[in-house]
Design a binder for this molecule. Structure first.
Ligand code: 13P
Length: 251
């Protein structure tokens, strides 16, 4: 069955010296029990540092985005093949900050997921509604629309995705979705996959939750049947809080 996965998303934080300390502390703190996986997604320039610090450990690393393009005249872009050369197992695609601040639309997110898969990585596909969309009762419609675009593009490789449900109103706000709110959306996502692609794929896809996850709320979230782990922003930047999160009930 699906194991639990906890992923730290450093966002645009870090520095050579502090990364050394954080990665070293994480490595020292973490031994992986069966069925649990841990990864950190770091800024591009630090991928080599994550690779050097974490190679041979049970902690994987990844990028926070990849270009939808394979290569060429795309100044400032970084391709999936490039980050894969640094041993990335994961690439986040379609984070709400990328969608809202950098204009990434569903089609681009889908192309990025395809690029990540083609480079041998697992895309972590972020979906989530804004507060206005939730209040308008449009949560499921929005989330399933975002996901459909990716699923249509990756087709048979659906089971290789990780889906991250990150309600935009819960990101960096300290306002977490309740376990019941999160489970309702996770269940809807899995239900939609089940209906269209069958039980095997629905059972295989990992759906993790993100949005103000910390060491106090993680247990109640990941104990829900359809919540397969967490995507952690702020609380992944301190080894002690992140270690407490990954040791929580992620089994
Ligand atoms: P926070 O955990 O800081 O709310 O961020 C969540 C997130 O966006 C992870 O990708």
């Amino acid at each position: 069955m699906r194991g639990k996965l906890v992923v730290g998303n450093w966002k645009m934080n870090g520095g050579l010296r502090q990364n050394d300390a954080l990665l070293g502390d994480l490595r020292a703190a973490w031994t992986a029990p069966p069925g649990r996986q841990l990864a950190v997604c770091v800024p591009y320039p630090y991928l080599w540092q994550a690779q050097a610090a974490l190679s041979g450990s049970a902690i994987a690393w990844g990028a926070q985005s990849v270009s939808e393009h394979a290569g060429g005249a795309f100044t400032g872009e970084v391709s999936a093949a490039m980050v894969a050369e640094f041993g990335c197992r994961y690439a986040i695609v379609g984070h709400s900050e990328r969608r809202a601040l950098f204009g990434e639309a569903d089609a681009a997110v889908a192309a990025k997921a395809v690029a990540a898969l083609a480079a041998g990585m697992t895309p972590i596909v972020c979906v989530g509604e804004t507060l206005g969309e939730r209040e308008a009762g449009a949560t499921e419609t929005v989330v399933l629309r975002q996901l459909d675009a990716v699923i249509a593009a990756v087709a048979m490789q659906l089971a290789a995705l990780v889906v991250a449900y990150e309600p935009v109103w819960a990101i960096g706000t300290g306002r977490t979705a309740t376990p019941e709110q999160a489970e309702a959306v996770h269940g809807a996502i899995r239900g939609a996959i089940l209906e269209r692609y069958g039980r095997d794929r629905a059972d295989a896809v990992r759906i993790i939750y993100g949005g103000s996850v910390n060491d106090e709320n993680v247990d109640s979230l990941v104990s829900k049947p359809d919540i397969d782990g967490a995507l952690v922003g702020g609380a992944s930047l301190k080894a002690d809080s992140f270690a407490r999160i990954v040791r929580a009930r992620t089994r």
